[in-house]
Design a protein around this ligand. Structure first.
Ligand code: GEK
Length: 244
């Protein structure tokens, strides 16, 4: 993927509007996510490896909130089971248009990927062996999260998985402060100025709502998954896998 530098919040803004995944964000997204989410590249490649193990012949794999399709690309490169396909969904047209272009340039992989511009809450999940919510649930209103996970679980075949990656919150203030500080240092080390960091934080405040690991684990259990475990954590970014 090309990496146009993210300078969206570099200049002082008179009014900071809520963050949206528009054309400007889609254009710089690979750079933005790599510089903002510790461990992102490692998570993407490992999700491909997990998909290779859990994809079932003749089933669907879902990449919900796919952005430019990094998860779909990693999965299609690894899956070798016959008759699988990948359904990638995002409600940002700017992301989907760019994602489709990147997919078309990805030669050699045989697993078909369909990229759909839609709200993931309207998508029917069925005959699924692998479902991925890679930093997407945090953008869904908290009151709707349980119902969504229940619907996903109902569409997952026995032995199938849900991979759920999220920015996480901590109940103990001392831990929250530690992780906030470390994440701040991570972004500074990746070249973001304090102005950029603070303006983006304001833009995301009402849009992205992190929750605790315990909250996610409880939801996954209530949704009907047999067990869940944290398979990755770097600072305040974690990924869980839940098995049905
Ligand atoms: C990656 N998974 O590169 N329906 C569909 N898409 C949505 C919805 C919704 N209701 N709400 C948000 N999105 C990707 C990264 S980014 C994470 C995911 C981040 C989409 C939104 O348009 C955006 O593309 C994506 O979810 C979240 O592995 O930027 O922190």
């Amino acid at each position: 993927m090309t990496k146009k530098p993210d300078v969206i919040y570099a200049a002082p803004l008179n009014k900071i509007i809520d963050f949206t995944f528009d054309e400007r964000v889609a254009e710089v997204f690979p750079d933005m996510i790599q510089r903002s989410v510790p461990g992102y590249a490692m998570m993407i490649s490992t999700i491909g490896i997990m998909a290779a193990r859990y994809a079932q012949p003749g089933s669907h794999c879902y990449d919900l909130g796919c952005s430019l399709g990094a998860v779909s690309l990693a999965m299609r490169q690894q899956i070798s089971q016959p008759d699988c396909d990948i359904v990638a969904v995002d409600n940002s047209l700017a992301m989907v248009e760019r994602g489709r272009e990147l997919l078309s340039r990805d030669q050699g992989a045989t697993v078909p990927v369909t990229m759909i511009c839609a709200d993931l809450r309207d998508i029917v999940i069925e005959n699924a062996s692998v479902v991925v919510l890679n930093f997407t649930l945090q953008f869904i209103p908290p009151v709707e999260r349980q119902r969504l996970l229940e619907r996903i679980c109902q569409g997952v075949n026995p032995g199938g998985i849900l991979i759920l990656s999220e920015k996480i919150a901590f109940t103990e203030p001392v831990k929250q402060q530690f992780h906030d500080q470390l994440h701040l240092d991570f972004k500074r080390a990746n070249g973001y100025s304090d102005l950029e960091i603070s303006q983006k934080r304001t833009a995301l405040e009402k849009v992205m709502i992190p929750e605790t690991l315990a909250c996610h684990q409880q939801r996954l259990q209530t949704a009907g998954f047999t067990f869940s475990t944290v398979w990755f954590q770097c600072c305040n970014f974690a990924s869980l896998v839940a098995i049905k």
